[in-house]
Ligand binder design. Structure first.
Ligand SMILES: *[C@@H]1O[C@H](CO)[C@@H](O)[C@H](O)[C@H]1NC(C)=O
Ligand SMILES: *[C@@H]1O[C@H](CO)[C@@H](O)[C@H](O)[C@H]1NC(C)=O
Length: 435
């Protein structure tokens, strides 16, 4: 990844903030720089990244977008986690160059038909985690270039009024518009995806009953959710990188439905004890995965299947004692592996991890230290393995050419002590007898 230069941070309040009326009494800032006055005033931050101007007005308790005062050449406008409730006509009309608009995690309940008028360049519009029950398809008409639209975690009311929006989302060329958004109402459609629900069901002819879709019968239409769903449990951020923040949410499982374009997932500080096979296959662009501080005890063999582009994996501060044979084989491009704070047991099972690291010298790793048995506590695992090999020089375990044979030899010698050994050794030769 090419490091992107961040130029120019923090612009002094004057040029970023509205000069005249701030839409809340007592919050008007008149350009003074005295500490007390400035602190109570919302302050946006401006910066350039890859030549494009970002205006970061997140977490400022804003209840409205000021009609003038914010730089009109803003290309990315970040308004997440404010208190916007209503977007009126022409709210963003002065931002002719805007390519992305992040309005997630506000309190939006209403968006007027031409709230987005003038945004002819907009490609990304983030409206997730709001209180929207309805959005007119008209609101999208001024946005000919819109390619990404996030609508999930809003209480969509899948009735007649939503019909035109749902039909628009379902046009095949609108592939990235409105994925994961689900109906909250009416009860018969609760949990259905806007992308998938049959539009005829939204607005049945007057007097007609909402027909059940085949197979659902009359049971509770909400399928039991056994696993948390990423788009509702976690927060997504698109800038500067698509990040899914699922940190510290008491999750017991990896959430399902991780959006495929996410590059970074933070699952740290949860309660995920076990990683099961193929939990990340949908997240094919993932480059960084943080599983730190989960009490993780076991990782099943194909747990990292599909993570072809993963470069950074943080497994630190867990309860791992060894890595099962084969687990790391799906990680072709990993560059950094954080392993500290785990009770690594320096016995036979740890050899796979060391063997793999030896075969992948480009991987920077940290924290691989024996915690037990007492004899090796505090040693680096590599030193333990060297001693192990030193004790049995003829069994040079880490000589990769002989790896399979050595394992077999040792298994025979020390069979009793080493059971159970979950090691599967690739066969180098196989003699096939043909009768
Ligand atoms: C993973 O999360 C932990 C805890 O939030 C943090 O300390 C650590 O730096 C993160 N690791 C990476 C690689 O970002
Ligand atoms: C390690 O995990 C413990 C809980 O298991 C937590 O209290 C501590 O803050 C974590 N340390 C780091 C460095 O993340």
């Amino acid at each position: 990844m090419r490091p992107v230069a961040i130029l120019l941070v923090v612009l002094v309040c004057g040029s970023v903030e509205p000069r005249r009326a701030w839409p809340r009494g007592g919050r008007v800032h008149r350009g003074g720089r005295t500490g007390a006055a400035t602190r109570s005033v919302p302050r946006c931050t401006q910066y350039l990244e890859a030549g494009e101007k970002y205006l970061d007005c997140q977490d400022l308790r804003l209840t409205a977008v000021p009609p003038v005062g914010w730089p009109e050449d803003t290309v990315h406008l970040l308004l997440a986690r404010n208190r916007l409730r209503v977007l009126r006509h022409n709210t963003f009309a002065q931002f002719k160059l805007l390519k992305s608009l992040d309005l997630q995690q506000n309190k939006l309940v209403r968006i007027d038909g031409d709230a987005f008028a003038g945004l002819g360049q907009l490609t990304t519009l983030l409206l997730q985690h709001n209180g929207l029950r309805f959005l007119s398809e008209e609101a999208l008409i001024p946005l000919p270039r819109l390619a990404y639209l996030r609508l999930y975690d809003n209480p969509w009311d899948c009735g007649c009024r939503l019909d035109s929006l749902v039909r628009t989302l379902q046009v095949p060329s609108n592939r990235h518009l409105g994925n994961y958004a689900k109906c909250s109402e009416p009860p018969a459609l609760r949990g259905r995806k806007l992308k998938k629900v049959r539009p005829e069901l939204l607005c049945p002819e007057l007097g007609e009953r909402v027909p059940q879709e085949p197979g659902t019968g009359s049971r509770d239409p909400t399928p039991p959710r056994t696993k948390p769903d990423a788009t509702h449990t976690c927060h997504t951020y698109m800038f500067p990188k698509p990040l899914l923040d699922c940190g510290n949410r008491d999750l017991k499982n990896v959430p399902v439905d991780i959006p495929p374009d996410i590059v970074q997932v933070d699952l740290s500080r949860n309660n995920i004890k076990r990683l099961r096979a193929k939990e990340f296959v949908a997240a094919r662009d993932l480059k960084s995965l943080n599983l730190s501080t989960n009490g993780l005890e076991a990782i099943e063999t194909a747990a990292f299947a599909g993570l072809l582009y993963l470069r950074e994996l943080d497994l630190s501060n867990n309860s791992l004692r060894y890595i099962q044979y084969g687990v790391l084989e799906d990680l072709y491009f990993v560059r950094r592996l954080a392993l500290g704070g785990n009770p690594w047991v320096c016995d036979y099972n740890i050899h796979y991890l060391v063997y793999w690291l030896k075969l992948h010298p480009g991987v920077q790793h940290s924290g691989l230290e024996c915690r037990s048995p007492d004899k090796f506590a505090g040693w680096t695992v590599q030193d333990y393995v060297k001693t192990y090999n030193g004790d049995c020089p003829e069994d040079n375990l880490l000589d990769q050419d002989n790896y399979g044979q050595e394992i077999r030899a040792e298994t025979e010698e020390e069979e009793v002590k080493l059971l159970p050994v979950p090691l599967r050794v690739p066969k180098k030769f196989e003699v096939i007898r043909l009768n």
